[in-house]
Design a protein around this ligand. Structure first.
Ligand code: GUN
Ligand code: ZN
Length: 441
């Protein structure tokens, strides 16, 4: 690509902000600066002065530029059941999710679903994700091929589930291991793609299948592990009855060697202190999914307790339990969930959890999540305000002083009021992959 320079208000993080520290030194704010993107799609530099004539210049003065959002837990096929009424987790799976996922046995459905999902991620400002496919090998194949075509950093895997699921959605240990091996051989480490061993949750895998998942992780360095843990009280009770000899739900995964430093476990609402210590010791990650936790009525995640225990927390949509692919909606819900739990978290902590913090959770901090020279230029340009209400709020916030705490007021109002309509452009490895059409007057 042509070396490109973009002028905008640049915002990223150079460390992890405290949960409630508005004047955080971790914030890097460079208004009206140029972001220089090399021909190889990596960030070359950030500077105040315009670069020379050999740079193609794009002037987004007065707009915000951030690293593209990273969604550390999202289900591609569940776009088909997003916003389904009336159930908690286990009924929601049986009533809506399993029937929808069964359709992905058809390669045409899997292919069209993957394309629709990846384009939708980009149209919501999410340039990277850790994604659940379905139990069908073709569904993971289609996602990985689609991500490759778009140059995206994508982590996914076929779901493992060999028990407590409808016949059409159950695999078996031998076939599942063969499918995983084939997918790993074809995709893992190819460009920006990586494979995640993906047992759906402890309840839908036999002991033999969990053991197989552990063998895959031990056999192939660099594989990810993604699953769910301690999301819902009925689910926790069910898992306790299925695995009566394990101390806790998390203990089932630990016993099979699944708690690695590349393990991303969604939810973790009903973990205890010993679980949190075990996660921190393993270097495993929690994906906090506030929109989903509210929608399914699962509970209030203890972000403060996780952080105090040294567990890395990133923010994730968990669509279709979550109701929006837009990470700004996830973050706004994250603030509200934490408010209910008695903790006020800053815009900085929230944004960090969907950018630099998420990249670090995936062990990809050198590549993603910041505007550091050398990082891949996955970046998004956003309008500060869409519509008169947000515009008025932004005008008032701008009248504040120049400190980071003053800036916080503006950025917090932005993340609370903005959504994908504010997204102007998404770039992946420097290439423009989404551009907003003309905004209606
Ligand atoms: N637990 C097991 N499967 C799922 C799923 O698809 N979504 C959520 N939110 N939790 C799960
Ligand atoms: Zn999930």
């Amino acid at each position: 690509m042509t070396p490109t320079a973009i002028r905008a208000d640049l915002l990223d993080f150079q460390a992890e902000p405290g949960l409630d520290e508005r004047a955080s030194p971790a914030v890097r704010w460079r208004p009206g600066h140029w972001l220089l993107i090399n021909g190889d799609g990596r960030i070359a530099a950030v500077q105040a002065e315009a670069p020379g004539d050999d740079w193609h210049k794009l002037d987004h003065t007065g707009r915000l530029l951030l690293p593209g959002f990273i969604d550390t837990h999202v289900h591609a096929p569940q776009l088909d059941v997003i916003a389904s009424w009336g159930t908690e987790l286990l009924d929601w799976l049986n009533t809506y999710t399993f029937p929808a996922e069964a359709a992905y046995a058809d390669p045409a459905v899997a292919h069209a679903g993957a394309e629709r999902f990846l384009d939708a991620l980009l149209a919501h400002g999410t340039t990277s994700a850790a994604v659940f496919a379905t139990v069908h090998r073709i569904s993971a194949d289609a996602l990985l091929a689609g991500a490759q075509a778009r140059g995206m950093r994508l982590i996914t895997g076929k779901v493992l589930m060999d028990t407590h699921a409808p016949d059409t959605l159950r695999d078996d240990v031998v076939q599942a291991e063969a499918d995983c091996e084939a997918l790993i051989a074809r995709w893992h480490g190819q460009g920006r793609l990586a494979y995640a061993v993906t047992p759906r949750f402890a309840a839908t895998s036999s002991e033999a299948q969990l053991a197989m998942a552990g063998r895959l992780l031990a056999r192939h360095p660099g594989l990810y592990l993604q699953t769910h843990v301690a999301e819902n009280r009925a689910e926790v009770a069910w898992v306790a009855s299925l695995f009566p000899h394990d101390r806790s739900y998390l203990g089932v995964y630990a016993r099979h060697g699944l708690l690695t430093e590349r393990a991303v476990l969604a939810h973790g609402i009903w973990l205890d202190d010993a679980d949190r210590r075990q996660m921190a010791d393993a270097g495993a990650q929690i994906a906090f999914c506030p929109s989903s936790n509210l929608f399914l009525g699962s509970g209030l995640f203890g972000w403060g307790a996780a952080r105090a225990a040294g567990v890395n927390v990133s923010l994730a949509s968990d669509v279709g339990g979550g109701t929006a692919l837009c990470q700004l909606r996830t973050l706004a819900d994250g603030y509200k969930v934490q408010a209910l739990a008695g903790q006020r978290v800053t815009a900085w902590a929230l944004l960090h959890g969907a950018t630099r913090g998420a990249a670090q959770a995936l062990r990809l901090g050198h590549e993603l999540g910041s505007l550091e020279p050398g990082a891949v230029a996955d970046v998004c340009v956003w309008d500060w305000a869409c519509g008169p209400v947000a515009q008025r709020r932004d005008d008032i916030a701008q009248q504040r002083g120049p400190t980071v705490a003053d800036l916080h007021e503006r950025v917090f109002a932005w993340l609370t009021l903005a959504d994908e309509r504010n997204l102007v452009e998404a770039r992946v490895a420097g290439q423009s992959r989404f551009q907003r059409g003309p905004v209606p007057a």
